[in-house]
Structures are given as structure tokens and as C-alpha cells.
Design a protein around this ligand. Sequence first.
Ligand code: ADP
Length: 630
Amino acid sequence: MKEFKAESKRLLDLMINSIYTNKEIFLRELISNSSDAIDKLHYESLTNDKINMQEPKIKIEIDKEKRILKISDNGCGMTSEELENNLGTIAKSGSLSFKEEKLKNNENAKEDIDIIGQFGVGFYSAFMVSDSITVYSKSYKSEKSYSWTSKGAEGYTIEECDKKEIGTSIELQIKEDTEDENYSQYLDTYTIQNLVKKYSDYIRYPIQMEVEHSKLKEGTKEEYETVKEIETLNSMIPLWKKKKSEINEEEYNSFYLGKFNDYEKPQKVMHVSVEGQYSYNALLYIPTHVPFDYYSPEYEKGLQLYSNGVLIMEKCADLLPDYFAFVKGLVDSPDLSLNISREMLQQDRQLKTIAKSIEKKILNELQNMMKNQREEYEKFFKNFGSQLKYGTYNDFGINKEKLQDLLLFYSSKEQKSVSLKEYTEKMQEEQEKIYYACGETNDKIDLLPQVQLVKDKGFEILYLTENLDEFVLKTITEYDKKQFINVCADELNLDTEEEKKELEKVNEENKEMFEEMKKAISDEVQSIRFTHKLKNHPVCLTSEGGISIGMEKIINAMPNDQKVKAQTILEINENHPIANTLKKLFETDKEKLKNYTKILYSQARLIEGLSIENPTEISNLICEFIANNE
Ligand code: ADP
């Protein structure tokens, strides 16, 4: 007997002792696997003459006495190595750590089990209803056939067996009933018929089972007899080819859960049917949560691609732009050639047209959601908003027109997220620019001196808390002919001409003092000057030119050698008592003036959320100051 790998063992334990109420999904999982296996064999047969495809079929058999439920397919089968690798371990190693993360965050045992259906645990779900499982399999690649048996967590054995036909048979030894659980129902023809209808109706291959019927005996008018007939239980119409009016939400959701290995129903379903030069059907889903591997390099975007119901590619990346990488789903087009290669697909005009049409569909759907289901949209934006921002910023903003109206930013006035359109529609007449401010959190931004000033004038400010935000706005450059302006920028122009003149005069008068002060912080700032824009605050730091202080922080935090520096200006509130102190010191004690300048500059940096390069020196200066003022 071989032991399961540690991860698989844990998962099996969970499955066997599961209190998961939805145990019946095991049938859907096994049937999906069978259907995939037939797909695979078919796909292989396109390029391998030796494969002699039989008529594809999935068979269900029930032996009530022995309590055995058997599911067989004539798909690709598994070699002994594949049995070992596919059923002895959980291939997708991320899934368990993800689950454990969930367990930690969640005391509720019932929700823990929601990971069932998570990538790679499909087959194991059969242990929820079985005492033991035997898999008989013959691969198209192998002369020999093998069986795999397991009673659960202890381990499994693999032996040679005498299965003749290519394919796989899975025998479940169904558990005895308990007080809480009726396992015998899975040996009941009627229940199985219903479960197939409920979960697997769309499977393209016939799912067949022997069903008993009561029939009029031949030659009689009243005598009935019971006959057994093989029946196909599923309609075999792929879900995406059915009319929308014939599909209910449950079917859409259940299809998604089974097909895309999620444990939570999707936030949004889009069912698209396009007739025209190129016809296609598509089922597109937006997940309710960020996939656990979304930000890892393993995450692959793409849609399943079918040609008239036959799978031709598992993940066709060309069908989705990067900024919609979160969308899961499939596309079926009757016009695509069956054995088209990947390289050819990329060139395919038809595929490009379909991709464009899909992109438009998703865009529309998101716009509608923003308009009509705001709360839902905000949830979506929390999950995938960054992706849309990247899309706006990437490739020098080539897609900004498409995406800018889907973005949300926190508004100082509304105290919730607003779109750029909502912002500009409410702008006051005299307001010429769109104000924004950057910082770590909304609360911190709210405390910036410059923010206070703009708020006092009655203007709305967008608070940017994500690293990318300011770069995104710089890429958009203007919206509705209004430019964006950082409230911490030097050119923030809120003064009247008169005020400006007065300030210029004051600054001119004190020019020499500022030059003296600048010696203390030498290259650190572009210039030093008085300002009237700070109400009670003594100092602030503003920036000039294309790189803001926030951008400097972000660019320099990135792992490359390119360091940038924002051109900064130290502004001192002329109406603050400190201004007079400085003026006096310029006459009496230049050394002290320089030391105070260092302190003021450090303060301005700290307010901006920047670090100071010489904290010890500053600390000493402040202590000296305190000591002298005792
Ligand atoms: P998933 O289907 O999500 O990959 P499963 O645990 O359900 O995870 O199955 C693991 C693997 O076992 C499958 O990916 C497939 O390679 C193989 N497998 C399962 N059932 C069959 C089958 N009926 N025929 C061939 N291979 C199968």
C-alpha cells in the first residue's frame, strides 16, 4: 500500500469526515472527469491515427445489493503512472494552503468545506459517499490496464487488471446509512436520473443508465410488465447553446462551479449569442472573489474554446485582453476549424473579431453594473479594480478611453467612491481642474495641509491610496477637458491676482534669507518660499514638474536602480509666528536659522509621508531646542 502525499491526506480526511450538506455533487465531479477524458481522447485522435474512437459514452450502473455505484467512460484512460500522479496526489499544490488560509480566518466548520470543488479535489469528493473506491483504467497509450483502490486516508494500491477497452470505470462502495445521512439514495435510479438532469444535463456525451419502465404487455390491453431499457439521461445540449429563457440561475451557477473549479457562485454571468459574419456563443463569468493564484505567475488568463461543441483549446489567451484576465468562461463558434494550431489561431481573423466582440460585451456589462447595481459594482471593483487601472495605464494609455469610465476613486466630499464622470458632473462653475491627493490611507490624506485648503474652497478631491493611482491619472491626462492636478503641486493656483502679487513681493523682500536657509538643506529642495495657502500649518512640501512626491516614493520603492527625485519646494506659512522668528534670526543668528530650517524641512517631509535622511541629527537639534527653552 502506498501512502497519499501529506497534502492529499489532509484533504481526504476533510472529505471523509465532511459535514458538507451538498454531498451529491460528487456525481457531477465524476461525470465531468469522464467527459474531459473523452474530450482528451478525441483531441488526441485528431493527430494520432492509431486511436480508434468508439462512440463516446458515459455509463452509470447500480448494484443495490452490493451497494455499488459504477461510472464508466470510454475516454483516454490512465496509465499506472497517471493513476499514481492524478489520484495519489493533489497536483495543484496551492489549493490546500489556500484552504488552510480560509480555515484560519473562519471558525465556521461548514464554510470550511466550501473548498470542495476547489481545483484538484473533484475526484476526492466521491469519498464523501463511499467507504472505498476502485478505479479500473486502460490508457490509449498503454497495452496494460491497472486498478487503483483506496479505502480513504490510509493510502491506496495500484495493481494490474484485465480491463479490455480503453477508458475508465470507477466503482464506489456506497456507505451505509446513518441517522443523519441517507446514502442509499445514491443507489436509487430515480435519484441518479435527477442528479444527472440537475448537474450534468449539458454534457455533450450521452450519459446512459438502465432504467425500469412499466409497459403494456404486447398483445394485451391491461397487463403491464416491467422492462429494463438503457436510457440517455441528459439532453446533451451544451448549456451555452440553450436559449437564455430556458436556463435558470442555478444551472448557470452550477455549471460554473463544476467547470471552473470555484467554490463560490459567480458574481455575474454573461450569456452571449452572436449571429453574423462570425457566429458564436459564449458563457462568461466574473468570479465573486479574487482567485487564490490570481496575482501569481501561475495564473493564466483565457477562455475555453470550442468548435461546434468540441473542445479545441483549454485556455485561449487571445480571447481576453489582459485587463479582463479575471473573466472565466468559454466560447463556441461553429466556424472555427477543429485542428487549428495555436500559432494559426493567433493569426485567425475570425478569432480576433470574436475577441473584440467579447471585449465589448464585458465592457457594456460592467458599465451597466456600475449604473444599475452600484453596490455590486463596488464589490467587483474592490476585487478587480486594480486590473482595470493597470489596463488604463499600460501600453502608454492606448486603452484609456475604454476603461477610464469604469474607474472609481474615493471622494472627499461624498466620502465614498465616485467615477470621473460623477466628479466632473458636480464640478462648480469656477472650478477648472480635477483635484486629487495621494497618501497611504484616506484618513492620512485628509490631514494634509494642502487638502484642507482645497476643501475649504469647497472643491471635491479624489483621494488616491493605491500606488498606481497617480500614474493612472497622469496617463488619462484630462477628463471632460479638465486636467488633473495634485493638490500638493506647486502650480495649484487658487490665489487671486492681488494675493499673488502680494506674496511675490514678500518673497522678493526675503530672498536673501531664503538663500541662507537653503544652504542648510542644500540640494534637497528646489527653493524655499513663503506661502499664504496654509491655514494653521507652519510648513508644507510641494512639487514642481512631472514627478510628484508620491511618484518619487513609488518609483524608488520599485526593484530597479533607477532612482528619481521630485523637484520639491519648501513652503512656509507667512502668517504663522514661525515666519517672524525666522526673519529675526536672519538678522541675529544665522546658525540657528539654518538649524531651524533643517527641522522645518524634516517636518514637511514627515507630513508628506516621506522619511528623513538624518533622523539623529534632527532629533539632536530638537532636543537642543527644548533644552534651551526650559
Ligand atoms: P480535476 O478534474 O480538477 O483535475 P480531479 O481530482 O477530479 O481533478 O481529477 C484529477 C485528475 O485525474 C484529472 O485531471 C484527470 O487527469 C484524471 N482523471 C480523473 N478522472 C478521470 C477519468 N475518468 N478518465 C481519465 N482521467 C481521469
